[in-house]
Ligand binder design. Structure first.
Ligand SMILES: Nc1ncnc2c1ncn2[C@@H]1O[C@H](COP(=O)(O)OP(=O)(O)O)[C@@H](O)[C@H]1O
Ligand SMILES: [Mg+2]
Length: 415
């Protein structure tokens, strides 16, 4: 269990900063404070990062992200408010205790990772462990495992000068991993990398996260990066957190015009997933059920196609209206389109990856990780999902109609 909790955090730079906090609480603006020579970098920020979550703080340059993460890390003392790590209020801890929390629980990865030039890559990766007094053989072992995890297996004996920029940044990540802390704080850790390498690192971080279950506070000024990585995202502007939510919540339900305008150009097809836009099937047929039941369900629910589900909710196939009608008329076997000829998609697939399938199949069937049917996506819904959103759908606050997440109701069993 590793968690971070920030409550009503303020950081005001300048002389007698508490005056600034008081003024802000009484409605003063940033401009008012500047006139007094004060810079409010973080204003009334509250959030919780839960165990095993990637929580992204996203904001333009100067919005207060680094100041925020440095207060979490204990590098900066808040002017007001508190930060707890696993329930310990780090803003009240001093000296040795604070150092112990930072050493044992938190590691940090920066944008420009400074490697010690005369030490090997392995020694660099193990560096945090030298400081915490881990013996040499364990250091080497943990560093080489960490290097392996970030794709630098075999590079431990090389010198930093032999590495590219992307590889050096990986060493920074390896150092954080080798330290074995449950919490990783990452301040623009990928921002200096070329787009392709950056994407690679993002994928790797997601993979590592799934494997290791770290609690990650990740800072970026790049919205696409935020949407790709964040289980939840805090949108920050001028020192304040404007909104906290999943990528989908922020896209479909921005709290104000600032957030709405910020996200309007996001490529929705790379953010939204099948689960985000799927609908519960209007009706499903049990695998044991025959054409009479299928016919009745189709009439009742005004649908021309029904998924056929086995008892364990996996997909047996689809039945189509003409086959059902034929079977009823001739009292014959009903043709079922077998599951391997149906367009099925995993629920976490991004919309961009559904189009190829949707051109062949008018109805996509959405499966969970155990291949159980959790919803369907008619082709028209997929197309509509590209065009709905706050910028066109009635302004900020309008909830998209395409985000049905209702339970799958088996209606076939009752017939
Ligand atoms: N040590 C400092 N002294 C005075 N002002 C600072 C200091 N650190 C940051 N600031 C100011 O606080 C604001 C937020 O900065 P920062 O947290 O670095 O933003 P970000 O990381 O989002 O770019 C900026 O206006 C910056 O100039
Ligand atoms: Mg910064």
């Amino acid at each position: 269990m590793a968690s971070i909790s920030a409550e009503k955090l303020y950081k005001v730079f300048g002389r007698r900063p508490q005056r600034g906090v008081d003024a802000l609480e009484n409605g003063a603006t940033r401009a008012d404070l500047r006139k007094q020579g004060l810079t409010p970098a973080v204003i009334d920020a509250s959030f919780d990062v839960t165990d095993g979550e990637i929580f992204v703080v996203m904001g333009l340059s100067g919005s207060g992200k680094s100041t925020l993460i440095r207060m979490v890390n204990g590098l900066l003392e808040p002017t007001s408010g508190s930060v707890s790590i696993d329930g310990d209020d780090v803003t009240r801890l001093g000296g040795e205790k604070l150092r112990a929390v930072r050493r044992d629980k938190v590691s940090m990865v920066f944008q420009h990772f400074a490697l010690l030039p005369h030490r090997t890559v392995g020694e660099n990766a193990a560096y945090a462990l030298v400081i915490s007094g881990v013996n040499r053989s364990e250091r080497e072992q943990r560093a080489s495992r960490a290097l392996e995890m970030v794709g630098l297996g075999g590079w431990g004996g090389s010198m930093p000068g032999e590495l590219s920029g992307g590889m050096r940044q990986r060493v920074g990540l390896a150092r954080a991993l080798a330290s074995g802390t449950d919490i990783m704080l990452m301040d623009e850790a990928f921002s200096a990398l070329d787009p392709l390498i950056r994407r690679d690192m993002q994928d790797q971080l997601i993979e590592l996260q799934q494997e290791l279950g770290k609690t990650i506070l990740f800072i970026t000024h790049d919205l696409n990066e935020a949407m790709r990585l964040g289980d939840r995202i805090a949108m920050m502007r001028d020192g304040r957190i404007e909104q906290i939510g999943t990528a989908e919540e922020i896209l479909n339900d921005p709290v104000n015009n600032y957030v709405a305008e910020f996200v309007q150009d996001v490529d929705r097809t790379r953010v939204l997933t099948a689960a985000n836009i799927m609908e519960p099937p209007v009706a499903v047929l049990g695998a044991e059920q025959g054409p009479q039941t299928a016919h009745k369900l189709m009439r009742e629910h005004q649908t021309s196609v029904l998924p056929v589900l086995r008892r364990d909710r996996t997909l047996a196939g689809l039945v189509h209206e003409h086959d059902v009608a034929g079977a009823v008329r001739d009292s014959s076997e009903m043709r079922v389109q077998p599951a391997d000829q149906v367009g099925t998609v995993p629920q976490d697939a991004h919309l961009v990856d559904l189009f190829a399938s949707a051109t062949e199949h008018p109805l996509l069937v959405v499966l969970d990780e155990r291949d159980r049917v959790v919803g369907v996506i008619p082709r028209v819904t997929l197309l509509a999902a590209l065009h709905t959103g706050p910028s066109e759908g009635g302004g900020p606050g309008a909830t998209s109609e395409t985000t049905t997440t209702g339970d799958l109701q088996p209606t076939g069993g009752a017939a």
